[in-house]
Design a protein around this ligand. Sequence first.
Ligand code: UDX
Length: 444
Amino acid sequence: MKVVVVGTGYVGLVTGACLAEVGTDVVCVDVDAAKISRLEEGILPIYEPGLEEIVTRNFKNGRLKFSTSLEFSIPDAAVAFIAVGTPPGEDGSADLRYVLQVAREIGHHMTAPLVIVTKSTVPVGTAVKVNRAVKEALQDRSASIDYDVASNPEFLKEGAAVADFMKPDRIVVGVNNDRAAKVLEALYAPFLLNGHPILFMDVASAEMTKYAANAMLATKISFMNDIAGLCELVGADVNKVRKGIGSDPRIGSRFIYPGIGYGGSCFPKDVKALIRTGLEYDRRLRILEAVEAVNDDQKKVMFDKIFRHFDGQLKNKTIALWGLSFKPNTDDMREAPSLVLVASLLEAGASVRVFDPVAMHEAQKALGDAVEWCSDLYHAAEGADAVALVTEWNEFRLPDWKRIGARVLFDGRNIYDDVTLHKNGITYYGIGTIQPSIQKMITI
Ligand code: UDX
């Protein structure tokens, strides 16, 4: 079976590479010629563990090809995935311009029956629009060729995308007939071994599933961030509360870690888009409105703690940031809480020194020379008045505290413990943990 994947961004590249890895012939198509030639040289546009290896291997063995032309790749394909970007518009709604443009182009160039699959996260109703775009393109050239439009949302997590694709929790496929279901079941058969399920449903439900999944996960995080805020006020420790509630399987222990707000390309964008879809149907999604508001506030909590600790005197203070990316194992800086923190620190007159194991290059695009770029965590902490742990990279987990001169640490991900820090003479602030002011009262 030959498959075309349009869009070599995050989702498209992982999809194409992983399908090739199990033996499918794949052509990844992108309008960006420079990106395509870099991919042919094995240079990837993103950092993702394990991806470079499978891209290079499958490119060399000829199963994975790259092209800028749909005209040449579409005619002998059985499946075409649309995996181009759906950037949020001004009002939060997903911009479908690129998706529909690709749909039209596919309609212009297809010559044999084809299953057209939307892989990008697209609002409910997009498959209908894709269908219309393909139909119009076929009519333009007076062609009559069978095709189906299916929805197959992707649930991969950045930093674990290859593993998520190869061993999926589930594969969700929205189809309107058996013919498309059979083609996609055959395509995914290699991933279903060992009991990984494929769930067939109607197209609208598949489109909705993706948003509902991300909105639920974002809700869990904002809920815990809200609880963490209250824990600090009442003198409770959210780490204990988290374990206490997480051992109830109805709640579950995953995705209830408080922090400095969720970032990345999916949660912020999808929560906004779902709220927007609700409004189009005159329905306010009030829980999600709150999820978003809590998250915006959460991105400010680290600054507030730093500001209060130094009694608002941040001029001439130097703050070291450990980590910049929105989460570990990625260089993605989209909606990263670190950007909000850096902006507030600079505005308050502080100097900022930063280090991230892989996101420095991406971060430089946003921060330029406003901050000092350092070569490792110790270098960043040199001469700093405080350290702020922003992203929980593994290499930050066990620092040699003797080498850290700063006397205060703000832990945005609760990876350290106050006892160890205190032993090393460092004041510790976590998120939702017992704060130093309360700790003093308890000791008294
Ligand atoms: C997410 C979904 O998990 C994935 O299924 C979907 O396809 C795309 O969006 P991703 O954005 O890559 O994936 O990252 P994820 O690991 O889900 O983390 C998202 C954000 O939530 C990060 O900023 C992370 O730090 C934060 N988070 C996660 C928490 O603050 N607490 C948690 O308990 C878990």
